[in-house]
Design a protein around this ligand. Sequence first.
Ligand SMILES: C[S@@+](CC[C@H](N)C(=O)[O-])C[C@H]1O[C@@H](n2cnc3c(N)ncnc32)[C@H](O)[C@@H]1O
Length: 289
Amino acid sequence: MRTEHSRGHHHGHQQGRHNEDQQSHEPGLAETLDLDALLLHEHLQEIFDWTAKHQPAPGTIVDLGAGTGTGTLGLTRTFPQASVVAVDQSEFMLAHLASAVEKNQLSDRVSTLQVDLDATWPELADIDLIWAASSMHHMSDPANILSQIGKTLAPGGLLVVVEMDTLPRHLPDDLGFGAPGLEQRLHDAVAIAGWNAHPNWAPAIREAGMEIAEQRTFTYGTDENRELIAHNAQTFLSRMRTSLGDTLSAEDLATIDQLLDPHGPQSLTRRTDLSMRGSRTVWAARPGR
Ligand SMILES: C[S@@+](CC[C@H](N)C(=O)[O-])C[C@H]1O[C@@H](n2cnc3c(N)ncnc32)[C@H](O)[C@@H]1O
């Protein structure tokens, strides 16, 4: 498998946002992304199949902000004839992705490219499908990224932007202890803190000279694989506990601590009513004529 470092056009954002603070979160984020891929396999495949309706046989695919490779692996499965370039600024994520690619014996079809897209646009051309899942909202200048995407796509190419509408939900409204509505209050706090914040991308996509082919929202809800769901809920709750602690009531903090206590009577791992629910919105667009 080929791994390259950025060669491309700099456009003035020489200061990438990939600082040490971000790096320290990467192992946790990588685990969440991998769990997402495992638990939401069908939901994600629905989005890949929808993509195939718009672009049935791409030969070249670029996965922008590829992370641990959920998109890269799903796209190679969905499009067996395609080769994929997985682009990410993070060495950690790309190493994780590379080992998954090797495990799946896809090294001849996937290459990685380490580049901070805030600083550099890679030298890629005539791409049939550009995929950007949960990554566009990380870019400091999305208008510039979308304009570069428009120039990088082949004439009949397709851009697919995917965003989570909210973080996944796992808990029932009434836990049987604590004040009902804990998860809603957490999600409200998360929204105020700006986690996962993104606009409706359609105006920015049009502004960049592309045409929207379709915009669609895909919902999911599963209670299969309860152990993994509990683990996923634990990861999210711990992150919220750490980051939003100051904004939550003492009662809610106590409830969270009981849920997170692996040996306590209210431990998440003992519950039989957990699920994973949420939705993603997807924009498909073509370069202007
Ligand atoms: C939330 S993850 C999404 C990963 C993957 N697309 C998925 O759906 O599972 C966002 C990814 O975008 C990458 N990223 C963020 N800003 C970036 C930038 N300026 N240049 C390149 N990659 C970036 C991060 O390193 C991270 O791996």
